[in-house]
Design a protein around this ligand. Structure first.
Ligand code: GLU
Length: 307
């Protein structure tokens, strides 16, 4: 048996184990279109350095990537304005929930990091600057299609509409940012762009392939420099799971970015890009079974960056 055969057998077993365990968590309730999704679903895909993508579970099923999109928006925004972004948003873990407004008041409208909602809204605002939302979104989608070498990536308009109709906290955040001079576009344009980026739908196979550039895999399209990839990975490790970031680092030992759609993108630098999906969330708002599966995969492969 080759190592790849072993890993495929492990992934098949992982799918079985997760269904047997049956402790799925609860889908995000505050976005109506996501609230009714059956939590008893699981998919995992692993893009390897030899170019293969191994999967198990519903790896062809599209899900709402939600905050996983923030990784790619960050890459596009840094590509447009470079380190200037860091004058508007920090690089420290927040220790607060994804949609918290608390630190924003204390720190005069400069969000702690680009992955909490306030920081992601600033990053989207930077990506948008000087153009129409549809042009910024077209660049983002193009970037994702190039990253995974697959043109079949789209925005789920129903999810976008559903989130827009109930985006009360994010509306508060954009206006708060505006009051501190940290929003350069009209609040409804930045929020509209953000809601649409979060509504991008992808399969775990596509997402794992999109993450290859962050893992520095040999077959990844060269869309960002190795230095930028390293830095984005550092932010994913320290901030990618909101106030659950420490717990994810402890359990999995790899940079990861979660979304309330139940997806997680996980990077094993030089080794693999992993996408896992299960729509039930834990109390931090991160995929319950996705985190468990990532922990088991980390133990099986020994890929933790901590040795
Ligand atoms: N669109 C979601 C929101 O802003 C993203 C949150 C997440 O995925 O963690 O509430």
């Amino acid at each position: 048996m080759t190592e790849t055969d072993d890993l495929q057998a492990f992934l098949n077993d992982l799918d079985r184990q997760m269904h047997i365990k049956g402790d799925w968590g609860t889908p995000a309730r505050y976005i109506p279109e996501l609230a009714d999704i059956d939590p008893a679903q699981f998919a995992i895909s692993v893009a390897l350095a030899d170019g293969r993508v191994l999967s198990s579970g519903s790896a062809q099923k599209r899900f709402s990537i939600q905050s996983v999109s923030k990784v790619f928006t960050l890459a596009v925004a840094l590509g447009r304005i470079g380190d200037q972004l860091w004058t508007r948003v920090g690089r420290e873990p927040s220790g607060t929930s994804f949609d918290s407004i608390v630190l924003l008041e204390r720190e005069q409208g400069r969000p702690r990091n680009p992955f909490i909602n306030a920081g992601a809204l600033v990053t989207t605002d930077a990506m948008l600057e000087g153009r129409m939302p549809q042009d910024a979104l077209a660049e983002l989608i193009q970037f994702l299609r190039a990253a995974c070498e697959d043109d079949d990536i789209h925005i789920d308009k129903d999810v976008a509409r559903s989130e827009a109709a109930t985006a009360h906290r994010n509306t508060a955040l954009v206006h708060y940012l505006l009051s501190h001079g940290n929003l350069h576009n009209a609040p409804e344009l930045t929020l509209g762009t953000y809601v649409h980026q979060c509504a991008i739908a992808m399969t775990t196979q596509q997402l794992a392939r999109a993450g290859r550039m962050l893992a520095g895999l040999p077959d990844a399209p060269r869309l960002i420099s190795a230095r930028r990839a390293r830095r984005i990975n550092a932010l994913m490790m320290t901030c990618g799971h909101y106030d659950g970031s420490g717990d994810f680092a402890y359990r999995v030992g790899l940079p990861g970015k979660s979304g309330v759609g139940g997806g997680i993108l996980i990077i094993a630098p030089g080794k693999a890009s992993i996408a896992v999906w299960s729509p039930g969330l834990n109390h931090y708002g991160n995929s319950q079974v996705g985190t468990e599966a990532a922990q088991r995969l980390g133990q099986f492969t020994g890929w933790s960056v901590f040795g």
